[in-house]
Design a protein. Structure first.
Ligand SMILES: NC(=O)c1ccc[n+]([C@@H]2O[C@H](COP(=O)([O-])OP(=O)(O)OC[C@H]3O[C@@H](n4cnc5c(N)ncnc54)[C@H](OP(=O)(O)O)[C@@H]3O)[C@@H](O)[C@H]2O)c1
Length: 276
């Protein structure tokens, strides 16, 4: 297993923290305090998006921390800004809202295949990277066929793909595919909180008790040991902190396999083929 105390090096050289802080459902009002708390606790990756309408608040939290140069700030272009010109304008708006002169990682939020514009969008992101407006570019919710097409038509591979991934939907085959391609995987919805009661699963209770950790920490540790980068969101200071306390214990192979066994193969979120 890689040294989980060290950041993961992406194919383009960016050093990606092993865990990030999600901000979906935080607002411009609630994000500054939550982001400040997260950075104070030690998070060094903050995930936002044009869609979340909180980039102003996220940027405030990052700038107030005095840690800007240590933090990987990640945002995403939304589905109504695919094309040749629009992604660049969306990126400039995000930079302005964040109050930063560089976004570290910029992602295409969904492939939106019915629009058939994601290759143009990808070219626009590659140009923005050439100009230094973003350090690293990637995608989110892309399936292998979408990524193959990006590579075939532009010659530029994404450094990472952020996808729905948690023990109820563990995406084993997709993780293997990304590993073969050298594309990092980030996990959204990492705690599997949208449906069902993952945290109440007996196997998680048992493993939690065995390590003196809570179910959220066990799930996040499971991600780290699978080499995926989870971006849990919380607006609760105690959970923000506890979600980061996952570097002082290790799951055994048997425990990893038991948690793998919770997979249902069913998404909790939307399907990349149909979101447009
Ligand atoms: N690329 C995409 O399409 C996409 C889609 C969805 C999400 N995302 C990103 O991924 C991030 C995470 O996904 P998510 O917010 O959907 O789901 P999540 O992080 O798995 O779950 C967040 C929910 O779990 C609760 N929670 C957090 N820590 C907990 C703990 N230790 N124990 C129990 N409950 C806990 C939070 O409530 P409290 O706030 O009350 O703690 C919140 O209701 C988002 O914030 C966003 O940045 C990306």
């Amino acid at each position: 297993m890689a040294d989980l105390n060290e950041p993961m090096e992406l194919s383009d050289g960016l050093r990606m923290p092993r865990i990030g802080f999600g901000t979906w459902r935080l607002t411009d009002e609630s994000a500054p305090a939550a982001v400040a708390a997260a950075l104070e606790d030690g998070y060094r990756l903050i995930d936002t998006a044009e869609l979340y309408k909180n980039e102003k608040g996220v940027g405030e939290g990052v700038r107030a921390s005095g840690l800007r140069e240590e933090v990987v700030v990640q945002s995403k272009v939304w589905n109504d800004h695919h094309g040749t010109e629009e992604p660049r304008r969306a990126l400039e708006r995000s930079l302005e809202l964040l109050g930063l002169d560089r976004i570290d990682v910029y992602l295409v939020h969904w492939p939106a295949p019915a629009q058939d514009l994601y290759v143009d969008t990808w070219r626009a992101l590659a140009e923005a990277r050439e100009e230094g407006l973003v350090a690293s570019i990637g995608v989110s919710n892309f399936l292998p066929a979408h990524i193959e097409r990006l590579i075939a038509e532009t010659g530029v591979a994404p450094a990472l793909n952020q996808i729905e991934l948690h023990p109820y939907f563990n995406q084993a085959a997709l993780r293997d595919w990304h590993a073969e391609k050298g594309i990092a995987v980030q996990a959204w919805g990492p705690l599997g909180q949208r449906s069902g009661s993952l945290m109440d699963e007996p196997v998680l209770r048992e493993v939690s008790e065995a390590h003196g950790k809570d179910a959220g920490q066990v799930i996040l540790r499971w991600h780290l040991q699978h080499g995926t980068v989870p971006v849990p969101k919380s607006s609760n200071p105690e959970r923000i902190r506890s979600n980061l306390e996952v570097f002082d214990f290790e799951l055994s192979d048997a425990e990893m396999e038991a948690i793998d066994g919770l997979d249902t193969g069913v998404r909790q979120g939307m399907d990349p083929e149909t979101v447009n």
